[in-house]
Design a protein around this ligand. Structure first.
Ligand code: PRX
Length: 649
């Protein structure tokens, strides 16, 4: 792990410590170590108590966890309905008038949606889906902006036992098509368009392009949001509001098996083909409800805001399922942080009195660039806990977040987890943990985590590979349609352990420091993109002969995509056009920041592209041993060009 060893060496030890204040502790749900002790004594029993305490079950499970490595089942034999747990039970308990979502549109429009409203809308939409022939076990694709209908669509699927597969609205037609086809989805739910940076971005026209080649889709439901012109295909396409107007209001929640497939969510791996990560019902809901409650120290009067998009796992677990299972009041925001001004987030926090705020390091670093005058314009005194997710948070960003957003008084919870883990795995508990800026601290109660060396031997201090040692309730149940890939990808590297793909270091106090990916996965603004996927997109261009892609450190986005491309003989292509091409193949998040055109890629004498070397070049590092290179001049030329680009920046 030479790349991550570099990072390990480079990491400065951070000695500042932030214990929870007495004031915070007095109102905190968890202080001290009792919850850790409880879980350590019997982790399965601990999770069973959480499942019973946090959720309503129709029938009890017979086995807490059935573990046939690498396949786990949780709360086996138990039945529950996820949408009932997120909606009905709150209304039945007299909390129907409690606000579920303060929804804020980017142009400034807003909607207040109570739990009773959300239940009514979900029941109707569940009947719409039934009317379109969707039944238990079917897959439904969702391609929507950040509007309440996204949550409604997900909950309606859950209500009738259909699995949703949400595709982030920034993904291209090709990506949407591939995900629909892999899941063999029956219905697609989309919108005409949504708002982004003051303009309407079209979704339905992109979906139409995908739909030209998705034989499994029988019906398309279109929410009106952008007001842009769209074509509706007779017999296939329906307006959401038309279907809802005639749908039956009652759709009782039926008990589902604890292991009923709740959703698929596609994520990048080290190969070009995205993986459909499978999550099921009882265990998933237990862990996301548990983590949301205790990591954010949730109280009844909280106003919680997670800035993620529902198209990512963070939106699934910490906008839809965790917070709604806990009956929380949330803010949901449609747009970007800099419309109409760079202070939009802070204006929203002040407007709704947000108490718990969850965002990503890349956003924090962007706010740092915009300056402290932006948050200073607004009253942020309602804030109590700040969360971070998606990539390692560097100590400077942590301190800035602490001082300028948290007013020096809010605990920061740096939460490590993945699409595959479903819920948070490593994080402080804000009333119990003394934090250090940049460290995700310790695994949560009930989680088995160890750092190991190359050979899989446990390390108690120093750097190595992050592994999980036993199943957890919200763990992925597999990769859709590919159990072998699941076993190999996650359980194949170290015997009996789940390997997360991340490097990590334990300091002398046993605090955990995440060091980023050690595989060919990049983390750009907290989004996972595989180098292979971008390379495949580049070589799909008729002018491109060969491409190598690396993630280079970037002060704002964590990593940036740098591509090295050789063209076919006689071919030419403009850099911007090629970036655009990748955007169309995968989505705008995957566009390389810089493309270097080169006659040759640096290869070993056996013909292997030397990616590590390209990363060194991209990051301006002195090169180590280049003696295995077939042609050292290639690298010298690339270095010269990289230095030129850096001076232009
Ligand atoms: O490398 C880790 C990084 O994000 C990866 C998971 O990406 P994804 O499945 O898209 O989920 C992101 C949201 C949960 C991890 O393998 N990562 C996530 N959170 C952190 C992190 N790295 C360091 N610190 C974190 N808090």
């Amino acid at each position: 792990m030479s790349d991550s060893a570099n990072t390990i060496d480079a990491l400065q030890w951070e000695n500042r410590r932030f214990p929870p204040s007495e004031e915070f502790k007095q109102q905190a749900l968890v202080t001290g170590t009792f919850m850790y002790d409880d879980a350590a004594a019997d982790d399965e029993g601990f999770w069973a108590r959480q499942a019973a305490d946090l959720l309503d079950w129709n029938s009890e499970w017979s086995t807490i966890c059935e573990w046939n490595l690498p396949f786990a089942k949780w709360f086996v034999g138990g039945t529950l309905n996820v949408s009932y747990n997120c909606l009905d039970r709150h209304v039945l308990a007299g909390r129907g008038d409690k606000v579920a979502f303060h929804w804020e549109g980017e142009p400034g429009d807003s909607r207040t949606i109570t739990y009773a409203d959300l239940l009514a809308e979900t029941q109707r939409f569940a009947n719409v889906l039934k009317g379109l022939g969707v039944t238990t076990g079917d897959r439904v694709n969702i391609y929507l902006p950040m509007i309440p209908e996204a949550a409604v669509a997900m909950l309606a699927c859950a209500r009738i036992g259909a699995a949703h597969s949400v595709v982030f609205g920034g993904f291209s037609a090709h990506s949407l098509r591939d995900r629909i086809n892999d899941a063999e989805a029956k219905v697609l739910i989309t919108a005409d368009g949504g708002y982004r940076r003051g303009e309407v971005f079209a979704l339905k026209p992109v979906a139409d392009e995908a739909l030209a080649d998705t034989p499994s889709i029988t019906d398309v439901v279109v929410v009106r949001r952008g007001g842009n012109d769209v074509e509706m295909q007779d017999g296939r396409d329906h307006w959401y509001h038309d279907l809802m107007a005639t749908a039956d209001a009652d759709c009782p929640a039926e008990p589902m098996d604890s292991e009923q497939l709740l959703f698929l969510l596609y994520t990048s791996g080290t190969t070009g083909k995205p993986k459909g990560i499978m999550h099921t019902s009882g265990g998933y809901l237990t862990q996301v409800a548990f983590t949301h409650k205790y990591v954010f120290d949730l109280h009844d009067d909280d106003v919680y805001w997670c800035t993620a998009d529902v198209g990512w796992i963070t939106g699934h677990s910490y906008i839809v399922y965790g917070p709604l299972a806990n009956g929380a009041t949330q803010v949901m925001y449609e747009g970007v942080p800099n419309f109409p001004g760079n202070d939009r987030f802070w204006a929203i926090i002040a407007k709704y009195g947000v108490t718990k705020f969850y965002t990503a390091p890349t956003a924090i670093r962007t706010f740092m660039k915009w300056g402290t005058q932006e948050p200073a314009k607004h009253d942020l005194s309602s804030l109590q806990v700040l969360g971070s997710v998606g990539e390692p948070i560097n100590p400077e960003a942590w301190m800035w977040y602490h001082e300028h957003i948290g007013g020096g008084r809010c605990p920061i919870v740096d939460t490590w987890w993945q699409t595959e883990t479903g819920g948070v795995m490593i994080s402080p508990l804000p009333g119990a943990t003394t934090t250090k800026p940049g460290s995700a601290t310790f695994p949560l109660p009930g989680i088995g985590m160890e750092v190991v060396d190359e050979n899989g031997a446990r390390i108690e201090r120093g750097g190595g590979y992050l592994t999980l040692t036993r199943p957890w309730p919200s763990m992925l149940r597999g990769i859709w349609g590919d159990p072998q890939r699941y076993a190999e990808t996650y359980w194949g590297r170290f015997d009996g352990r789940y390997f997360a793909g991340d490097g990590a270091k334990l300091d002398d106090d046993g605090y955990l420091w995440l060091l980023g990916r050690v595989d060919d996965v990049m983390n750009v603004s907290g989004h996972r993109i595989s180098t292979t996927e971008v390379e495949s997109a580049l070589v799909a261009h008729p002018s491109v002969a060969e491409a190598a892609v690396v993630g280079a450190n970037d002060a704002t986005t964590g990593q940036a995509i740098i591509a090295y491309v050789t063209l076919r003989g006689g071919a030419t292509v403009d850099e911007q056009d090629l970036r655009q091409f990748v955007g169309e193949e995968i989505g705008h998040i995957a566009k390389p920041k810089t493309i270097y055109f080169t006659q040759e890629l640096p290869k070993t004498r056996s013909g292997k592209i030397m990616r590590r070397l390209l990363r060194d070049v991209a990051e301006g590092r002195n090169l180590g041993d280049t003696s295995t290179l077939a042609d050292a001049n290639v690298v010298a030329e690339l270095q010269r060009r990289a230095a030129e680009t850096a001076s232009e920046d």
